[in-house]
Ligand binder design. Sequence first.
Ligand code: GAL
Length: 428
Amino acid sequence: MRRRWRAAVAVTVAALLTLTSCSGGQGAGQSPQASGRKKVEVFSWWTGPGEADGLKAMKGIFEKNNPGLEFFDAAVAGGSGDKARALLTTKLQAGTPPDTFQGHAGAELQGYIKAGQLEPVTFLYDELKLRDVLPKQLVDQISVQGEIYSVPVNIHRSNVMWFNPALLKQAGVTEVPRTIDEFVAALEKVKQTGKVPLAIGSEWTMVHLLENVLLGSLGTDAYNKLWTAGSDWSGPAMTKALNDFKTILSYAGDPADDWQPAAKQVADGQAAFTIMGDWAYGYFHNPPNGGLGKKSKTDFDWAPSPGTGGTFMWLSDSFTLPKGAPNRDGAIAWLKVAASKEGQDAFNPKKGSIPARKDADTSLYTDYLADALKDWSTNRLAGSVQHGVNVNDPWRVAINEAVGVFHTDRNVTALQASLAEAAKNSGQ
Ligand code: GAL
């Protein structure tokens, strides 16, 4: 299985290097120049069902506000952006950046800043008075020495357990599991029905699961300490957390190709649970031709992932101004839309996220999104690992490697040693 993933990534990166983008904002066969408008290349990984809807909504506002500019969609397929980032690294190193790219607020963005690949956008914060409308702790995550380096467009939540209520009922699970022990008991009951207890996707979804199990098993304080200097990766609490991970993973079905097919198993009643970020909400809820058009609370339901109630494990998608952007003015026009209330309120309800801005139109955020807005302002906070808040990219890659090996050998001692080594070498 591990080899299959490796091969898939290798093939995809090779294929990507011969392409510049996988889809186009340009109409069939028409070049941006032919349209008379100047293209703005926007790089992300939001091509898949659910993901693309939010980007499309923001593109609509961008083109309405900027008739002389054409949105060029340089998105590279693959959840969580692992494939996109591989290509982006090549492009940045070759000095051929897109006009703007999506980067996670936190340690991931700090990596681009340290490598000198980004221009500060502090001037936009002054001009648009963004410091007044964005949470200070978020702006801190994208700042270095008084300069600010990106525009956050949203807040996503990592620690969500999505489930199929009918399947739980059928399995005799009468209470939504709140602790890891209750979760394991529920998984076991589902197993007895012959259905898949836990749906998982490609390799990164296992790291996503790991961050959720670490938070649930260790608790918020200990989890948050893991990403600070001298953290304890070798002690018994970590051994217990990794054994919890092993137990939970033993209930997983065959890995699906990405997070969407795993989530679909839950929506279609083939699997009971999946632990996934709230981009899954956009996918479940958006109308067909983008989403699954499912009915919340009936076809799918949600709760904080086991053991994490009261904590919001966050991440934030933000857009950048790479040094040497071919269409710098166009990129700035995009950043202005991404920063605006109008842009964020168009993007987020479709994306399954809540706005980074504090002055959004809350009436647009209903159902799951109303829960997320409330929890974001009242819960304790923890940062995501897989989605760039707590660890820089080399550390994230090392964690992915360790989890990939674990998926084959299920050796907790070896996993713990590899994770401890990755933390030691992180240089963070
Ligand atoms: C995250 C990203 C989200 C969503 C998710 C799944 O890394 O921040 O916006 O796209 O990956 O692809």
